[in-house]
Design a binder for this molecule. Sequence first.
Ligand SMILES: C[S@@+](CC[C@H](N)C(=O)[O-])C[C@H]1O[C@@H](n2cnc3c(N)ncnc32)[C@H](O)[C@@H]1O
Length: 405
Amino acid sequence: MDDVSTMVARQYEAYAYPEPFSDLEAQIAAGYQQFGDPSRYGPLIWPEGRPRQKLRILCAGCGTVQAAYFAFTNRDCEVVGVDLSSSSLAHERFLQDKHGLTNLRLFQGDLREVGQVGQQFDYIVCSGVLHHMADPDEGLRALASVLDPAGAMLLMVYGATTRTGVYLLQDALRRLNVPQSPEGVAFGRRLVGQLPSHHYARWYTSGAEELKHDTAFVDTFLHPQDRAYTVPQLLEMLEQGGLKLHSWIDNGLYFADAALNEFQPDVREAVARLPDAEQWAVVESLTLRIGMHMAIARPAAVASRIDFDAPDWDLLRPQWMPDFRCIRAASGQQPAQFRRGSVTLDLGPTESALLAAADGSRSLRDIFALPLLASMPPAERAARGGRFFSQLWRMGHLMFSRAPS
Ligand SMILES: C[S@@+](CC[C@H](N)C(=O)[O-])C[C@H]1O[C@@H](n2cnc3c(N)ncnc32)[C@H](O)[C@@H]1O
């Protein structure tokens, strides 16, 4: 292990992350979920169709819960969890025993040596880990080396803009030699409480519920090794690793349509006209809402962005993102209301009927042929329908597959 892995391991032995819980079933019933779970996000990860039922899944830097979670929600798959921290793995083992997860194997070690597991994976989950390595590019290369050529990775790395205040505070606490200990945490908490209201770290802490747990406080403010990425930096890291961005988990944070809805139309439209990667970079700088980048990356040869300008775009099959819901049906003059996270969307009767047809079984072409659009000439159905569905995709409410689900 290098010095950084040793320091990082020491932290996660003492402050295993995330704050563990004791029952996956109860936690999931109460609404807990991991983004990018293939049992729910399959079409987004593999629009061409899931490569095989029994996926080989790696959770690299699994922490206390993640590998058990993926084994629990994907019982028909084989899950391998790797982590530096034996105390984190002990909790994974506790969950494994509790829920009888015979499809889970756990290894203590550095993900840079993941090749020693002697296996290729269809899906690699690495969230909140690479940014704690001395050389994240090396970590990503190690993961890419065990990824099946048709595989996919869920990566989460910190977003630089939102975390500006975190780094100011980390720097101050480091210079003050504040230790990772109950006393250090208590001192850090008192310090945060005295920051002026305009301090960037205060703005960060106001949106971070989990900081009430000491393990999250240490992870955020007393971490010895931590960096963050802007969109261009993340895209560059993927390219260096022979990967490409295949999809964001939440398009709504990156495309101007939803992310800039508090801006005037002229600004929103100017940003929307930019090529995608430029648009995401500008949106990130204008909104400061991306504290974490959650992305699906795939080997460059198989990464495929959804493209509404492709000749066969209307063969795409839309379906709702897992956390998108109808919370009120249209009635009389009242529009239907939909929700995803904190975002709500009001839609009239025709649009909500179009959306109801987006169940993954029909292509856009099938949907445009439904009787509900019969009064419109065919070219107009495709033009208006295309605009509607592509916008809902950019808002993060839909995913598309090319194969029946
Ligand atoms: C912030 S936690 C994230 C845990 C989990 N991925 C999640 O999202 O809940 C980071 C985890 O990565 C592990 N880790 C950090 N560097 C690692 C490395 N080089 N190899 C293996 N695990 C590592 C730590 O021990 C810790 O458990």
